[in-house]
Design a protein around this ligand. Structure first.
Ligand SMILES: Cc1cc2nc3c(=O)[nH]c(=O)nc-3n(C[C@H](O)[C@H](O)[C@H](O)COP(=O)(O)O)c2cc1C
Length: 224
């Protein structure tokens, strides 16, 4: 696949085929992803690639605890609720996804179903938990580097016909993930990535989210 096709074609995948992903292919994707740059080449990232029974236990634990109203225990700062233009963009993509799935604004059951899907890692056959070395937790470069490798991962996966969705929903209950994935104490859980073969019949998979323009995002200095 051409680079432009990967970048422009990739989108988050939230519906997967019930078909395993070979470990060798995931290794290939990780090898590509790990060419990502990092601060001073520290490469603070680690990947916990989970499938089968352990992943099912994580899905069940996440779902039970979230339904029981257990407050989230993510291991990173989540910030305040979005406002203004950020809130508009958040609502914008949610509207696109709900419209694609035919979920009405007042359909509480369907909305809950959608949220639970996230807690189950979108029923993907594989989940990659991205962690970083706790020793580097006091530098903002560390989450920046994790973002770089994770973006490279989802693009590398796409180039091989695999779909992903980066998500925080899967790690809202971090003790569940720690226990069933056996995450060592010297690592901090940063993000989850659901991974698998896209189900082309799942409507939300076709959603192309919007972007602000280059003009909006960019100032040119010294060009004229
Ligand atoms: C840090 C981060 C956290 C995210 N968390 C979630 C999540 O919890 N649930 C979800 O459905 N999508 C999640 N996403 C996916 C975003 O909604 C998605 O990337 C964005 O809307 C742009 O759409 P696209 O990936 O299809 O281009 C997350 C993405 C990132 C980068």
């Amino acid at each position: 696949m051409e680079f432009d096709d990967v970048i422009m074609g990739r989108r988050s995948i939230r519906g997967y085929l019930n078909k395993p992903v070979p470990r060798e292919l995931i290794e290939e994707v990780l090898t590509l992803a790990m060419r990502a740059p990092s601060s001073m080449n520290t490469q603070p990232w680690n990947f916990h690639v989970i499938t089968g029974d352990p992943l099912d236990r994580i899905r069940a634990g996440n779902t039970e605890r979230n339904l029981a109203g257990v407050p989230h225990s993510r291991e990173f700062r989540t910030g305040h609720a979005f406002e203004g233009v950020h809130r508009e963009r958040q609502v914008g993509v949610a509207k696109q996804l709900f419209a694609a799935q035919g979920i009405a604004r007042d359909d509480k059951d369907a909305r809950l179903d959608w949220v639970l899907r996230g807690f189950r890692q979108f029923d993907a056959p594989v989940c990659v938990i991205i962690t970083y070395d706790k020793e580097l937790a006091d530098s903002d470069d560390t989450p920046f580097d994790c973002g770089a490798v994770t973006t490279a991962l989802v693009n590398a996966a796409w180039s091989r016909g695999l779909g992903c969705v980066i998500n925080s929903q899967g790690i809202m209950q971090s003790p569940v993930v720690r226990e069933h994935a056996g995450i060592p104490d010297d690592q901090v859980i940063m993000k989850a990535v659901a991974l698998g073969w896209p189900d082309d019949s799942f409507p939300a998979n076709a959603v192309v989210s919007e972007r602000k323009s280059v003009e909006e995002a960019t100032r040119w200095v010294g060009f004229d």
